[in-house]
Structures are given as structure tokens and as C-alpha cells.
Design a protein around this ligand. Structure first.
Ligand code: GLU
Length: 279
């Protein structure tokens, strides 16, 4: 079954880039007789805007993009709101620790701030990567705060295929031992995204290319678990006539902006569709 998903964050308005991801995901699902899946990614509380989930529902409905699975309609792979899935991630992070593919890191914020300036090893200097088992046990027993980091191989490289950009390869030594689980027990976005896509049986990931540079990290997680990697479809940035990213300030960066200016919904959809297709 073809199961692409649209995974917006409720940040307030429907940027045209998001609308494009939604439209292409929807069209791809319908073309292949698959499922169009809606997942709300609301774990970044700093970006959360009250009422923004309604904007997402309203826009998709307005355009006629009915989702087959999602927060309000359900489906066999719920919950479809990321914050309601928060207890699902810890066992997966612990599994990787047991298998030696992840480790407890007890570095303090002060220490991390001092090393980040050097920027080696993709950021974190891997200080806790090989702590003796005894010390780890002692720290955990003492209730010391910790994060769980992935143990990324020091050698070799990671390659992945993107349906738009082709094959991309990055040296493993440039990939940070990324945090999977934060000290408050919540997953990082990168970790949650991969675990969710896997558990929801997602086959295609369509999104903006700002996630392209994180994709090697996602792949390292899939590989650590031995899970199948979905097909990535990263769409290039939508820019304005000066080649700048469409920003909120420009006044024509969102679906709502264009409606306000008098464009009808069908014309906006047509415009967004034509950004990725031409006769
Ligand atoms: N929640 C992310 C956003 O709205 C999308 C990331 C993804 O599709 O993987 O920017």
C-alpha cells in the first residue's frame, strides 16, 4: 500500500511551501490508490500557535484534500497527533542503548556550550560515548540528568536516495552523535519523526528541502533499527521574483494571504500544482 503523509506543525498559517507538500502528497496518494495520512507535529512547543491545527484542517478541507487517516478521522496507526505519542519513544531509545547503538550522555549545558564553538564531529565531541558501565550506573542511580545520543559510526559514509535530488552521500564523521531523547524524556524532532514514520507504515515522505540536510541523520536511525527507509521527496524552496524565500512579511507567502488578495482557491491550487509540473 502507498502511504504518504503530510506532517505539518501547527505554527499559525498555511505557507505555500506547506500547501505544496500537502497537495503533492495528496495527489500522489490518490494517483496510486493509496492513503493520504495527516499527522500533526506539535512537539515543538516554542513554535506552537493556538488554533493553528484548525487552520490546517480548514485549508485542506477548503481545497478538497480529504485525508484517509488523521487526528479527527482516526485510522489503525494512531494517535495522529505527535504530542499524544510522547510515551512511545523511550522504549525505542532504550533498545538502541541495549544494542550499543546509542548511549547515555551526562554532559551539562555549560559543557555543551563550551564545545559547540569548536564545531568538530558535527558538533558534540562524543565525550560520553565510551563511559565505563560502572560510571553510567552510578550516574543513573544518583538521578543525574541525561540525554540519549546515537552512536554514529566514525568511519564510512551514509548515502540516501531522494526522488528529486538523486543520490546524496555524506561522510559519517561529519554526522553528529545526535540526541534521540532529551533530558525531559521527550524525543527530539529527528527521532520522533523516524519512529512515527516507521510505526505508521509511511512509504513516502514529501516535504520542503530544509529537511534534506537532516536526512542522513534520519537514515542512521533507520539503519540502527534495521527498518525500511521510506522514499524521500524533497521539494525545492519556493522563492519570489528576487529569488528570496517567501516570507510572512512579503504578504503573499500563505494560502490565507492569497485568498485575502482575492484569488480563488482553485487558482491557488492550480498555481501551486504548476510549481512542480509543466506541459
Ligand atoms: N513538521 C514539519 C514541518 O511542518 C514537517 C517535517 C516532515 O514532513 O518531515 O515543517
Amino acid at each position: 500500500e502507498v502511504r504518504p503523509r503530510f506532517a505539518p506543525s501547527p505554527t499559525g498559517y498555511m505557507h505555500l511551501g506547506n500547501l505544496r507538500s500537502a497537495l503533492y502528497t495528496f495527489l500522489f496518494a490518490r494517483h496510486n490508490g493509496g492513503k493520504f495520512i495527516l499527522r500533526i507535529e506539535d512537539t515543538d512547543q516554542a513554535r506552537y500557535v493556538e488554533g493553528a491545527t484548525d487552520v490546517i484542517y480548514r485549508t485542506l478541507r477548503d481545497i478538497g484534500m480529504d485525508w484517509d487517516e488523521g487526528p479527527d478521522v482516526g485510522g489503525g496507526y494512531g494517535p495522529y497527533i505527535q504530542s499524544e505519542r510522547k510515551d512511545m519513544y523511550l522504549p525505542y531509545a532504550e533498545q538502541l542503548v541495549r544494542e550499543g547503538k546509542a548511549y547515555y550522555c551526562f554532559c551539562t549545558k555549560e559543557r555543551l556550550e563550551s564545545i559547540h564553538q569548536d564545531g568538530e564531529f558535527g558538533g558534540y565531541d562524543r565525550h560520553c560515548r565510551d563511559l565505563p558501565a560502572e560510571e553510567i550506573r552510578k550516574n543513573l542511580d544518583a538521578g543525574m540528568p541525561y540525554v540519549i545520543r546515537q552512536r554514529v559510526p566514525l568511519e564510512g559514509s551514509t548515502s540516501f536516495e531522494d526522488a528529486v535530488y538523486g543520490t546524496i552521500t555524506i561522510e559519517n564523521k561529519e554526522i553528529e552523535d545526535q540526541v534521540l531523547l532529551k533530558s525531559d524524556g521527550y524525543p527530539t524532532y529527528n527521532f520522533a519523526n523516524v519512529v512515527d514514520d516507521h510505526l505508521m507504515g509511511i512509504t513516502h515522505v514529501v516535504r520542503g528541502n530544509e529537511y534534506l540536510s537532516s536526512s542522513p541523520k534520519y537514515n542512521r536511525i533507520y539503519e540502527a533499527f534495521g527498518w525500511e527507509i521510506p522514499t524521500y521527496v524533497h521539494c525545492p524552496l519556493i522563492t519570489d521574483e528576487t529569488h528570496a524565500k517567501l516570507s510572512k512579511r512579503s504578504g503573499h507567502s500563505s494560502y490565507e494571504d492569497l485568498l485575502d488578495q482575492g484569488f480563488v482557491s482553485e487558482a491557488i491550487v492550480n498555481y501551486v500544482a504548476l510549481l512542480g509540473w509543466s506541459p
